[in-house]
Design a protein around this ligand. Structure first.
Ligand SMILES: NC(=O)C1=CN([C@@H]2O[C@H](COP(=O)(O)OP(=O)(O)OC[C@H]3O[C@@H](n4cnc5c(N)ncnc54)[C@H](O)[C@@H]3O)[C@@H](O)[C@H]2O)C=CC1
Ligand SMILES: CC(=O)C(=O)O
Ligand SMILES: [Mg+2]
Length: 584
């Protein structure tokens, strides 16, 4: 597929290169504006018209040469976190150059700007801080929220807002104001992979305090040094923000990221009928995991309803995955909800989620709680909880999914036990960052004699099969699908991102699985192909929106491909004409 991706990108960027922009910024102002800055690539005519001749060295560089120089500078940074900081600075200088360097080295640099390195950058946010990355809305400044919001969006046509309250960042928990880092990284990926114009994105942090004592004690902490606000005050703060989005950006997509488990589903339920909202940890992770499972059962030639599923970690991602798989089973295999629910065994801190756990389990997992009568003879630990190994022994699962943040939670004994009763065990340890993975895929591959069908949440190197061949570990990360889901919703001006739109995108992703052609190949397309894959996802979502009447555009379905291509932003310099009435 890589060749196809290259061709697709070449066509997309050629079309953009001849675009003419009327720009009114001049001198230092244009050089310090990352949207318009071209650095040494300004042509002699542009240098003359924009007052830059004396501000730049003589030679005019091509974007190719600029990329080479930036990449060389990046290479001398000796750690991933330093590379992350370098790229962060580049983003603040020149968007075309930043996105083009990333695009050319996608597979190598996604882990630097996203999981796992971004987790370290966020954990050290207050020490690495250089410049503003978006909109910082802070609880004690609630009275000026509307002014602060309007100040940020002034003169901009924002289509996408990514917001986080940072209570559950990746797998590293509460990160206070550093949560802006995940909003910003997710927004970058929308641009990089789906082609959303970066000028139309807005990363937001909702700083409602933090319960991370390390941050509260850190004299350099740049956020609001206060414990988290909860209850009514929290709800009012979030609601004020969402109502501002609805009032001032009614056509935007509001993407929620890394909220704590007590708020993630609740906020989605409250707002999904008011505005186009999307919770990535619930819906994005559910979608990419469903696509992975569909690819895997394509290999095992079975159906969703033929599986027995263990989901280890029943938080936002775990429950999102469970409900997505369950709903797909109901639709595709035409079985009743209750019957589909019975295929799932959820495990959390207190072991298997059983009905008798009462207050120890959240209300939203209750429909999946197992009856105690079924487990009377099961092995328990000293606290009386049924742990993973005991569940595997009894249930003989075909699919094991991890989203627990419990590093090493899938022990050798557990994985070997699963492989005893299953020809091709499907094992998806999805926790991020890499150090929190439930099992290293190399080990799972070895312990199952190369039989396991594997995918992880962060990138891992290929494992070796007993026949000496590499087994490519697919990256089952929501970033492989959410950019297309979101872009499809944005360009079709959907009033709601419906479950059926998400399913349409998921089916499209699953249909592109390399394992469908070769069962020993990866379950999902490579991240290097993410732009071409997400183009397909965006088309599928927009087509579905049109078909079901959720779209706010009057296109015919046949026009969608052309429209998606037309609306994409690619990192290419256009031609600038000085115009005192022009852009910015
Ligand atoms: N691959 C992907 O696309 C995604 C991966 N994730 C990863 O999944 C993990 C969980 O994320 P969220 O669901 O947002 O967090 P969460 O905090 O909502 O859920 C984690 C759940 O795991 C449970 N848990 C903790 N220790 C456990 C243990 N020893 N055994 C069993 N359960 C345990 C917690 O009680 C909680 O219910 C994180 O590492 C996150 O990075 C999350 C979203 C997407
Ligand atoms: C990938 C993602 O959204 C997470 O780990 O939270
Ligand atoms: Mg997340």
């Amino acid at each position: 597929m890589v060749a196809q991706t290259k061709k697709y990108l070449a066509v997309a960027s050629m079309a953009k290169a001849n675009q003419v922009y009327n720009v009114r910024l001049r001198g230092d102002v244009i050089l310090t504006n990352p949207r318009f800055n071209k650095g040494t690539a300004f042509t002699p005519e542009e240098r003359r018209d924009f007052g830059l001749t004396g501000r730049l060295p003589y030679r005019v560089a091509t974007l190719d040469e600029q990329c080479q120089r930036a990449y060389d500078q990046l290479q001398v940074r000796d750690s991933a976190i330093r590379k992350n900081s370098f790229l962060q600075s580049l983003k603040g200088q020149n968007w075309v150059l930043y996105y083009e360097v990333l695009r050319r080295h996608l597979r190598e640099l996604i882990p630097v700007i996203y999981t796992p390195t971004e987790a370290d950058a966020i954990a050290n946010y207050s020490h690495l801080f250089r410049r503003s990355e978006g909109l910082y809305l802070t609880f004690p400044n609630m009275d000026t929220m509307e002014e602060d919001f309007l100040e940020q969006i002034k003169g901009r046509d924002v289509d996408l807002i990514v917001c986080s309250d940072a209570e559950a960042i990746l797998g590293i928990g509460d990160q206070g104001v550093g949560g802006i880092g995940i909003s910003s990284a997710k927004a970058v990926i929308y641009t990089l992979i789906a082609g959303i114009d970066p000028g139309k994105t807005l990363p937001v942090t909702l700083d409602v305090g933090t319960n991370n004592e390390g941050l509260l004690e850190d004299p350099l902490y740049v956020g609001w040094p206060h414990h988290r606000v909860r209850g009514k005050d929290y709800d009012q703060f979030v609601d004020k923000f969402v109502q501002l989005v609805r009032k001032h950006l009614p056509h935007s997509l509001l993407h929620f990221e890394d909220f704590g488990v007590t708020n993630a589903r609740r906020l989605l339920n409250i707002y999904q009928d008011q505005h186009t909202v999307f919770n990535d940890d619930i819906q994005g992770t559910g979608a990419v995991t469903l696509a992975t499972v569909m690819a895997a059962i394509g290999v095992t030639k079975s159906k969703l309803c033929d599986q027995r599923y263990i989901v280890y970690g029943a938080g936002s991602a775990g429950l999102g995955i469970t409900t997505q798989l369950r709903d797909a089973m109901v639709t595709m295999d035409e079985i009743e909800v209750e019957e589909a629910n019975r295929r799932f065994y959820l495990i959390d801190r207190f072991g298997l989620i059983k009905q008798s756990l009462g207050d120890k389990i959240r209300e939203d997992v209750l429909e999946f709680a197992r009856p105690d009568s079924e487990w009377e003879d099961a092995e328990t630990d000293q606290d009386g909880y049924v742990r993973l190994l005991a569940v595997i022994k009894k249930v003989k699962p075909t699919i094991l999914i991890g989203c627990s943040t419990h590093a090493g939670g899938f022990t050798e004994e557990a994985v070997r036990e699963m492989a005893k009763n299953c020809e091709r065990p499907i094992i998806l340890p999805l926790s991020n960052p890499s150090r929190l993975v439930e099992v290293d895929p190399k080990d799972a591959n070895e312990w199952t004699g190369g039989k396991a069908l594997l995918a992880t949440g962060s990138p891992f190197p290929p494992a070796k099969n007993p026949n000496g061949k590499d087994y490519v570990i697919a990256e089952c990360n929501n970033a492989l699908i959410y950019p297309g889901l979101g872009f499809g919703a944005v360009i079709s001006k959907a009033r709601k991102l419906t479950d059926t739109m998400i399913i349409a995108g998921t089916r499209r992703l699953a249909s592109l699985s390399p394992a469908l052609k070769d069962p020993d190949d990866a379950l999902l397309p490579d991240f290097a192909d993410a732009p071409a894959v997400n183009f397909e996802v965006a088309v599928a979502v927009a087509e579905q929106a049109i078909e079901e009447g959720s779209a706010g555009v009057d296109w015919k379905k046949e026009e969608v491909r052309g429209k998606v291509r037309e609306k994409q932003w690619w990192p290419v310099y256009g031609k600038y004409v000085y115009d005192p009435e022009g852009e910015a």
